[in-house]
Structures are given as C-alpha cells and as structure tokens.
Design a protein around this ligand. Structure first.
Ligand code: SF4
Length: 318
C-alpha cells in the first residue's frame, strides 16, 4: 500500500534545494513569460544567457512591440526554433494594442484563459505563467511532470488527459506557482529519464513505480526526419558572404543566411564539404558549394541560425 503524495515534503524539498535561476527572482509576468517561452525548447543552462539578454533589451511588452522583429531574431540567434521569437514579437504587439482593438493596453493579461489566446502560448505556458507570476491555482503539464506522474502511478503510457487529471488532483492550490515548479524541478533533477535518484526523492513514499522506474513512461517511438539541402555560399572580393533573408515559413523563417534549397544549380560552383545539424526532431545535412558574388553582407549585423554560422565557418576555412 503506497502513501498519498506528500505536498508538504515536495514543497519543503523545493524550498531547500531549488536551482538558483535568474527568473526565479522575479514575479513580473512578462519576464516569467520570456523564460517559459525560451525553455520550451532550449536547455536551462543555455537559456539563462538568452533570458538575461532579452530582459535587458526588452524589459516590457512595449519595448519589444516598438522594435522590429529582426532585432528579436538577432538576440535569439543560436537558441533555435526561431518561430518562437517571431510569435513572441507578435504577442508583444497584440498585448500593446488598445483594449478597444482586442489588446491589453500594454499590460500582460493575468489569467491562463486570456494568455492562451495570445500568439505562441499553449496550455503549458499559459498555466505556468498564470500560476508562477499571478498565483492562479492552475496545474501545469510538461514532459517532466508526465514522467513523475507515470512513475508515481506506474502508468506505462499516460495520455495527456490522464496526466492533466493527476496534476489537477494533486495541485497545491494555495501556492500553485511553487507547486508546479517543484514538480518540474523534481523531474529535471531527481526523477530524471535515465538515472532517477529515488533515494533522494521527497515523494518516494507515494511512488508505485520506484522499483522499476525506468519502465515508466515507455519511450515514444518517434522516427527522426532527415532533410538534405544544398547551399550556395558565395563571397565577394572583400570576403563578405552573399546573404538573403528567408521567407515567413519554414524552419529558418525570417533569418538571414546563404541561399539553401533542396536543389540548386552548381555548374559554376565548387563543392567544399557537408555540414550536419541536429535538431530535436530532425537531422539536416547541407552540401556546401562555393562561388563568388558582387556584393556580400556582414553576418555580424544580421540574425543568422546556428546552421548558417556552421556553413560560414566551413566557408571561412577554404
Ligand atoms: S521515487 Fe523515484 S521514480 Fe518515484 S518519483 Fe521519486 S525519483 Fe521518480
């Protein structure tokens, strides 16, 4: 017979051992939102530097709304998943619209229901921001919480509904922000995917799956996609590369870089090598072909992805 999940043990453990992360020193909704959007697909250790740069340059929704999207993309360089930066910029502009035009007069809304209506905000981000910054008693569900739930309840393949139900049932409503963060922190630091530290776990007494933790949850079988591209890397006489801004759609939307496509004409170009770029859901292989151009651009002044910078690094070694 397992015990009930002890909220007080988990909250006490969190208060004592939580990582000192810069966004944990603020309850400014906009700054919390920036951290949550960054952490959607960027590791915590890398996210810290990006968050510090973002809050310094864009301390309010107004400051971002008044900037061009290119500047947001420029700060986002290297963080990946650039559509997040574009949607964040749209969000800031929507928040800054007058109330009469469907905006919020520059003040971030405070409820998860309102947040969910903004660009780039899904149920997780809405619940995280509303609970952490505004104290709304609403439960979060992310990958860490799903893993803790699966192990606590010995459920091999919990559905989203089942995880939501468990998270709601166990929510500590008096401090939902700390509660949600404590569960996520447990999943990130103790109940980890490969090496759960059950001996250090504050909720071990209620855990049905602790003796066979690695069986829960069962890994999802997702097949990685492969994308093969060709790149036309041209330099002018002073060594600056020809860069173009990409369109609104696609994985590198809005960013600058050398021209890339699935097929390019290579008659006057020289093959110099292949660049491999791994994203969480796909592997990109880029064949790079070198040539000349009349007039290049300074890449340091533009927003480029990590993939583009790898291609330029290969070109600079020729
Ligand atoms: S006892 Fe182990 S498996 Fe269970 S929640 Fe804690 S760390 Fe995870």
């Amino acid at each position: 017979m397992v015990a009930q999940l002890s909220q007080s043990s988990l909250l006490a453990w969190y208060a004592e051992t939580k990582r000192d992360l810069p966004w944990r020193h603020t309850n400014d909704g906009w700054k919390v939102l920036l951290s949550e959007i960054l952490l959607q697909q960027t590791q915590v250790s890398r996210g810290i530097g990006y968050w510090l740069k973002l809050v310094e340059r864009f301390p309010t929704p107004q400051s971002m709304a008044e900037a061009e999207v290119d500047e947001v993309l420029h700060l986002w360089q290297g963080a990946g998943y650039y559509s997040r930066a574009r949607r964040l910029h749209s969000l800031s502009r929507q928040v800054c619209l007058p109330l009469s035009e469907g905006g919020y007069d520059g003040v971030l809304p405070t409820t998860s229901t309102q947040l969910l209506l903004l660009p780039g905000i899904g149920p997780y981000t809405a619940a995280a921001v509303a609970s952490i910054a505004f104290g709304e008693p609403v439960a979060c569900v992310d990958g860490n919480i799903r893993r803790v739930m699966a192990r606590q309840t010995k459920t091999a393949n919990p559905s989203v509904k089942e995880v939501e139900h468990w998270a709601k049932r166990n929510l500590f409503k008096a401090d939902a922000g700390d509660w949600n963060q404590s569960l996520m922190e447990l999943g990130a630091t103790v109940c980890t995917p490969k090496r759960p530290k059950c001996d250090d776990c504050p909720i071990v007494l209620s855990c049905s799956g602790k003796n066979d933790a690695l069986s829960y949850p069962q890994p999802k079988t997702t097949r990685r996609k492969r994308l093969d591209l060709m790149c036309e890397l041209r330099y002018d006489a002073s060594g600056l590369p020809l860069l173009v801004q990409r369109g609104e759609n696609g994985i590198l939307a809005g960013l600058w870089g050398p021209r890339m496509a699935e097929q390019i004409e290579v008659d006057s170009l020289r093959f110099i090598g292949e660049v491999k770029h791994i994203l969480s859901h796909r592997d990109i292989f880029v064949q790079v072909w070198l040539g000349t151009c009349q007039q290049g651009l300074d890449p340091e002044t533009l927003a480029l992805s990590s993939l583009d910078r790898k291609v330029l690094a290969l070109g600079s070694r020729q």
